[in-house]
Write a protein that binds this ligand. Structure first.
Ligand code: SAM
Length: 254
């Protein structure tokens, strides 16, 4: 495993390496089982450009929008990395709710969150976001690299439910992989993305197998489609706060 910029050797060796696409897998479906969950933290670190900086920025923004007595929802919380990072920076009377449809991810999240010492209430909820999540009294909702897995037909309903469940002046932070309207640039940006994965130690075969597994599972929107989706769902303002080729982070204000 190659070291990632900003990551110490100690940190790198403490986590389990992502080798899920290093060997042949039956079928092409992308399933989240214990093996995916165990290698997940290493996977996002090596597969998402500036993952740690995005997490840091999300925490910075969330800290300014979260209000005491309200809730923060992390929709598609995976192994709880964001909630773990948020815990020391948010006032303790903000309740955390982590939602994911993969029990193996939530099991990792519970294990990681056990280490913390704060008295904060943290609830994990095994649920499919296609069923439109129940969101109540929220000051912050996070959807980090998760909307792209929701079938396009359902995205409007999910977004409207999030907007309805947010308190006035609450925010949604949305991080997504994008597609582009210009096919030449789209191809180039995808090439630069695969070059980044190679720099982070993934082999050609791992990159190809993952691409195949995510085909028709991860469906990226264009930036203007995500903006429109948010504005049509009840958000009054949308701002991009991070961009790297085909990765984008937006904050939407209610
Ligand atoms: C790329 S990961 C999210 C990463 C995480 N938010 C982070 O910042 O590290 C996408 C997560 O969304 C979850 N997911 C995908 N489709 C879902 C659905 N329909 N309902 C709930 N969770 C879903 C997956 O299990 C996975 O944990």
């Amino acid at each position: 495993m190659k070291a990632i910029e900003g990551q110490s050797a100690g940190e790198a060796s403490a986590r389990r390496p992502d080798a899920i696409f290093a060997r042949e897998r039956p079928g092409t479906e992308f399933e989240v089982g214990p093996e995916t969950a165990h290698g997940f933290d290493d996977m996002v670190d090596r597969s998402v450009p500036f993952y740690r900086e995005i997490q840091r920025m999300v925490c910075e923004l969330a800290a300014d929008f979260a209000t005491g007595g309200s809730a923060l929802y992390d929709l598609g919380c995976a192994t709880g990395t964001t909630l773990l990072a948020l815990d020391p920076v948010l006032v303790p009377d903000v309740r955390f709710v982590g939602v994911d449809n993969a029990e193996a991810m939530l099991a990792e999240a519970r294990r990681k969150l056990m280490r913390r010492s704060s008295p904060r209430q943290i609830d994990f909820c095994l649920a499919d976001l296609h069923d439109a999540p129940v969101i109540e009294n929220a000051s912050v909702a996070l959807m980090i690299l998760t909307l792209q897995f929701i079938r396009p037909l359902h995205r409007g309903r999910v977004m409207r439910r999030i907007a309805q469940g947010l308190n006035e002046n609450g925010c949604l932070i949305l991080v997504e992989k994008l597609t582009l309207g210009n096919s030449a640039l789209n191809r180039l940006f995808i090439n630069y993305y695969y070059a980044m994965k190679r720099r982070h130690g993934y082999s050609e075969i791992e990159i190809a197998r993952k691409r195949e597994a995510l085909e028709n599972v991860l469906i990226p929107y264009r930036l203007d489609e995500n903006r429109e989706l948010l504005l049509d769902s009840g958000f009054r303002h949308v701002e991009e706060f991070f961009r790297w080729y085909n990765f984008s982070a937006l904050i939407a204000l209610k």
